[in-house]
Design a binder for this molecule. Structure first.
Ligand code: AMP
Length: 284
C-alpha cells in the first residue's frame, strides 16, 4: 500500500495511473475503520484497478468542537486493516494541506428540500462541510468510481446530487450497511458506548425491524408506534424516527410501497444513526 500525506503528490501519482488506463475507485472515510468501511474497500476492489482510501477527520462537518476533538483516531490500526484488505493507496492529509488557513464551507442549501430535514435539521451546516470536503477530495483524486455506505443514507442523497451537478463522469456506488451480529450498525462511534449501552444499542435495529415487519397499508402506522415505544422504553433520547420517501425524504402521510425509515438517537453521550429501506411486496 502506498501512503500519501500531500494532495499534490497523490494527484500527480493518480494522473499517471489514469494515463496508463487504471480505473480508480475511491472510499472516503474519517478513519477509526471497522468492517463496514472494509466492505466498501472490498466492493471498490471488485470494480476498480486501484483503490484509494482517504482518512481525514473533516473539521468543517462537525457541529461541536468537543465532538471533533473526541472523534476516535486510530491510524496505526487503520493502516493494518487497510493492508489486510489489500487497499492500494491510503491518503491521510493534514488539515492545512486540505484547507490551507481557511476553514470556509460552501453552501448546500439549494440541493433540495431533503437537505434541510433529519440530519440537516439536527446538525446545521453539517452537509455544507460534507460537500466542501468531498468537492476537494474528488478534485484531488479524480476517481472513476466512488463508494459510500447506506448507513449515512441522507449523505448518499447529498453525494449523488453533488456528483450529478459537478462530477457527472464519476460513478456512485451505494453499499449496504454492515451490522454486528445483534444487528447494531457498525460505526466508529460504537467504541464510545459503555458495556451497558452497547448491550442496549441493538434495540435501534430492532425498532427499525418492527417497522419493516409491519410494512403494509394496514399496519404501517402501528409499526412506527411500536418502534418509538421500544426506543422510549430504553434509555434512548430520540432525535428523530421518521419514515420517508426514499428520494425526497418527505415524511409519509399515507402508505407508499417503497420508503426508508431513518432514526437518530443519543445513548449516554453517543449519537447513533441507522436506517432501513422498506419494500412492500403483495405476497407478504
Ligand atoms: P465515516 O468514516 O463514518 O465518515 O464513513 C465512511 C464511509 O463508510 C461512509 O460512506 C459511510 O456511510 C460508510 N460506513 C460507515 N459505517 C458503515 C457500515 N456499518 N456499513 C457500511 N458502510 C458504512
Amino acid at each position: 500500500m502506498i501512503f500519501f500525506q500531500k494532495s499534490a503528490d497523490i494527484h500527480r501519482y493518480i494522473l499517471q495511473k489514469r494515463a496508463e488506463g487504471s480505473q480508480i475507485g475511491f472510499v472516503p472515510t474519517m478513519g477509526a475503520l471497522h468492517a463496514g468501511h472494509i466492505s466498501l474497500i472490498n466492493q471498490a476492489k471488485e470494480k476498480c484497478d486501484l483503490v484509494v482510501c482517504s482518512i481525514f477527520v473533516n473539521p468543517t462537518q462537525f457541529n461541536h468542537a468537543s465532538d471533533l476533538a473526541s472523534y476516535p483516531r486510530t491510524i496505526e490500526k487503520d493502516m493494518q486493516l487497510l493492508l489486510e484488505s489489500n487497499c492500494d493507496i491510503l491518503f491521510h492529509p493534514g488539515v492545512e494541506d486540505i484547507y490551507g488557513n481557511d476553514l470556509e464551507k460552501e453552501s448546500s442549501s439549494d440541493y433540495g428540500e431533503f437537505i434541510h430535514v433529519l440530519e440537516g435539521e439536527s446538525r446545521p451546516g453539517h452537509f455544507d462541510g460534507v460537500v466542501t470536503i468531498l468537492r476537494k477530495l474528488f478534485s484531488i483524486i479524480e476517481p472513476n468510481q466512488v463508494f459510500f455506505g447506506q448507513k449515512d443514507y441522507q449523505q448518499c442523497l447529498v453525494v449523488d446530487t453533488l456528483i450529478r451537478r459537478s462530477f457527472p463522469q464519476v460513478v456512485f456506488n451505494l453499499c449496504l450497511i454492515a451490522r454486528e451480529q445483534d444487528g447494531l450498525a457498525m460505526s466508529s462511534r460504537n467504541v464510545r458506548l459503555s458495556l451497558k449501552e452497547r448491550n442496549m444499542a441493538n434495540q435501534i435495529f430492532q425498532s427499525l425491524s418492527l417497522i419493516q415487519t409491519n410494512w403494509d397499508a394496514q399496519n404501517w402506522l402501528h409499526g412506527i408506534e411500536q418502534a418509538k415505544e421500544l426506543l422510549l422504553k430504553g434509555n434512548f433520547i430520540i432525535e428523530y424516527i421518521s419514515v420517508c420517501n426514499p428520494v425526497t425524504l418527505k415524511e409519509l402521510v399515507r402508505f407508499e410501497p417503497k420508503a426508508v425509515a431513518l432514526v437518530a438517537v443519543t445513548l449516554g453521550k453517543t449519537r447513533l444513526i441507522d436506517n432501513i429501506l422498506l419494500y412492500w411486496r403483495e405476497e407478504l
